[in-house]
Design a protein around this ligand. Structure first.
Ligand code: FAD
Length: 454
C-alpha cells in the first residue's frame, strides 16, 4: 500500500485535524514539518515563536510516536524538501490544512504542480472565500463579516484524533530538533516564558481554564491586571486547538454568554479574509492616501523607538505593556492598543516598525492578526477609524488599570500609591531611574493632527 504525507504547518495537533484524519483513513503516512526561513521573507518565524515552535514540535512528535506514527523534520526550501521526502517514501499524495498567509498559498500552488496536494479547511471557523456579501463579494468591514459568519455557525462538529497510525518502514533523513537552535541560549531571554505550555494538551488546558470565566469576559477583557481573557492566541496561531473545537466548547455555556468572546475569535477569520484579498497587508497601507504620510525618521525617532521597545517611554501603562511583552511573549490586548497607538500617533513612527517588533517578540505573532490590528490602530486599514482619533494613554491607563498592572511590570514605580502611578512625573513622585515622558500628550496630539493634515 502506498504511503502518503501529512504536511504540518500552523496546525500542530492531532484532533480535529482533517489532513491527519484523511491520511489515516487512507493508510500509512509520514508527517513532515519543514522549517523554511526564506519562504516567508520578512515574516520568517520570529524569535519568541521559535521558542514556542521548539516545544510545540516536541509535543506533536511525541503524540504521533505514541500512536505508532512518525514525524520527520527538514530544513530548507519547503517545496523541494517535501518533494524529496515524498520521493523517498514513494508517496504520491500529500494532505494538508489550507493556510491563508501569502507565502503558504504560493507554496501550496507550487507543490500542487508536482504532487497530488489535498487541502482541507481547519485553520479558521469558515473558509473566508465562503463568507460573502449579498452581491457575492468579499467583506472589507468586520461587523457585517461577523454577522454573515454567524449565519454559517456552528462549524462542523470536531472529530477526535485517530486512535492509532501506521508509518511506512522506509529510511528517510530527518533533522534533530535540537540542531535547529530554536531556543535562546546566550542570553536565555525566555525564562519568563514558563507561563506557557505549548502543544495540544496545553492549548486544551488553557481553554478549559478560561471557560468558567467566559460570562465575565465582556467586562474583564479590558482589565490588564485581571486574567480575564483566554490566552489562547499562540495555541490558535500554531493550530494546537482547532477553531471549531473552541467554538463548540464555548457554545456549551450558552450562545448568548459565549458570544462576546466568540466575536473576538472571529477577528482571526476576518484577518484571514483580509490577507486573502490583500496579501500585502503586512507592508502596504489599506488606504493609499497614507502612502504619503510623513512618518518621523532619523536619529531622534530611532532613539524614541528604542525607548518604546525597552519600556522606557515615561508613560507607565505603555512601559508596563512593553516589558510584559519582552518578559513573557504576550501583551494584553487593551495595552497592545495603547502601546501601538502611542508609537504611531505620539511618536509618529511608521506602524510597520511596530509590526516588526511585535513579530519578533510575540508568541502569538500572526501575519493577518498583527497587520490587521496595527493598521486598525494606525487608521491606515480598510476597516479602521481615521488617524485623527487619538487615544489618550493616561485616560486609558486610569480607566483600565487601578495601578496593579503597572506595579507588576514597572518595579521602580511599585511604591507609588493611588492615582499618581499613572503619571508619576506630573505628580512629582517619579523615582530617579524612571524616564521623563518622551513627549507630552497635548503636544503629541497637536503634532499628530498637523502631520495628518499635511
Ligand atoms: P481572547 O480575548 O481570549 O480572545 C480569544 C481569541 O480571539 C484570541 O486568542 C485570538 O486568537 C482572537 N482575537 C482576539 N482579539 C483579536 C483581535 N483583535 N484580532 C485578531 N484576533 C483576535 N493577535 C494575534 O493572535 N496575533 C498577533 O500578532 C496580534 N497582534 C496584535 C497587534 C496589535 C497592535 C493589537 C492591538 C492586537 C493584536 N492582536 C494579535 C490581537 C489581540 O491582542 C490578541 O489576539 C489577544 O490579546 C490574545 O489574547 P487572548 O488569547 O487572551 O485573547
Amino acid at each position: 500500500m502506498t504511503a502518503s504525507l501529512v504536511w504540518f504547518r500552523q496546525d500542530l495537533r492531532l484532533s480535529d485535524q482533517a489532513a491527519v484524519a484523511a491520511a489515516t483513513h487512507e493508510g500509512p503516512w509520514i508527517g513532515v514539518y519543514v522549517l523554511d526561513d526564506a519562504a516567508a521573507g520578512p515574516w520568517a518565524i520570529g524569535g519568541a515563536q521559535r521558542w514556542w515552535l521548539h516545544h510545540s514540535l516536541t509535543a506533536l512528535g511525541e503524540a504521533i510516536r505514541e500512536k505508532g506514527g512518525r514525524l520527520v523534520l527538514r530544513r530548507g526550501d519547503v517545496v523541494k524538501e517535501l518533494r524529496a521526502v515524498a520521493e523517498a517514501v514513494g508517496a504520491k499524495s500529500i494532505h494538508a490544512i489550507h493556510h491563508y498567509e501569502p507565502w503558504w498559498q504560493a507554496a501550496e500552488e507550487a507543490l500542487a504542480r508536482h504532487l497530488d496536494l489535498r487541502l482541507y479547511e481547519g485553520s479558521r471557523l469558515a473558509a473566508p472565500d465562503g463568507v460573502l456579501t449579498g452581491s457575492h463579494t468579499r467583506y472589507r468591514v468586520f461587523t457585517p463579516f461577523w454577522r454573515a459568519l454567524k449565519e454559517q455557525m456552528p462549524p462542523p462538529t470536531p472529530h477526535p484524533a485517530p486512535s492509532a497510525f501506521t508509518a511506512p518502514h522506509v529510511a528517510i533523513d530527518g533533522d534533530r530538533l535540537s540542531d535547529w537552535d530554536l531556543l535562546p541560549t546566550k542570553p536565555d531571554w525566555a525564562k519568563g516564558f514558563d507561563i506557557w505550555t505549548p502543544g495540544e494538551v496545553g492549548g486544551r488546558e488553557a481553554l478549559a481554564d478560561f471557560l468558567p470565566k467566559i460570562e465575565d469576559y465582556d467586562h474583564d477583557r479590558n482589565m490588564p491586571a485581571i486574567e480575564g481573557t483566554s490566552r489562547l492566541s499562540p495555541h490558535l496561531h500554531f493550530g494546537e486547538v482547532s477553531p471549531a473545537y473552541v467554538w463548540h466548547r464555548a457554545a456549551k455555556h450558552g450562545r448568548a454568554k459565549a458570544e462576546p468572546w466568540l466575536r473576538e475569535v472571529a477577528w482571526r477569520d476576518f484577518a484571514a479574509n483580509v490577507i486573502d484579498i490583500l496579501p500585502d497587508y503586512g507592508r502596504k497601507n489599506g488606504r493609499d492616501a497614507y502612502d504619503h504620510f510623513r512618518w518621523r525618521t532619523g536619529a531622534a525617532p530611532d532613539r524614541d523607538f528604542d525607548a518604546w521597545t525597552k519600556g522606557r517611554t515615561g508613560y507607565p501603562i505603555v512601559d508596563a505593556g512593553m516589558r510584559e511583552l519582552w518578559a513573557t511573549g504576550i501583551m494584553h490586548n487593551r495595552v497592545r492598543m495603547i502601546a501601538a497607538s502611542f508609537l504611531i500617533k505620539h511618536l509618529l513612527i511608521d506602524w510597520r516598525r511596530g509590526e516588526r517588533w511585535f513579530w519578533d517578540t510575540l508568541v502569538d505573532a500572526d501575519y493577518g492578526n498583527n497587520a490587521v490590528n496595527w493598521q486598525w490602530v494606525a487608521g491606515t486599514g480598510i476597516d479602521s477609524n481615521p488617524f485623527g482619533r487619538i487615544m489618550a494613554p493616561l485616560v486609558q491607563s486610569r480607566k483600565f488599570d487601578a495601578g496593579d498592572y503597572i506595579r507588576e511590570w514597572v518595579p521602580e514605580l511599585r511604591e507609588i500609591e493611588g492615582d499618581a502611578i499613572h503619571n508619576p512625573h506630573e505628580a512629582g513622585c517619579a523615582p530617579n531611574d524612571y524616564p521623563e515622558p518622551l513627549i507630552g500628550h497635548r503636544e503629541a496630539r497637536e503634532r499628530a493632527l498637523a502631520a495628518a493634515k499635511s
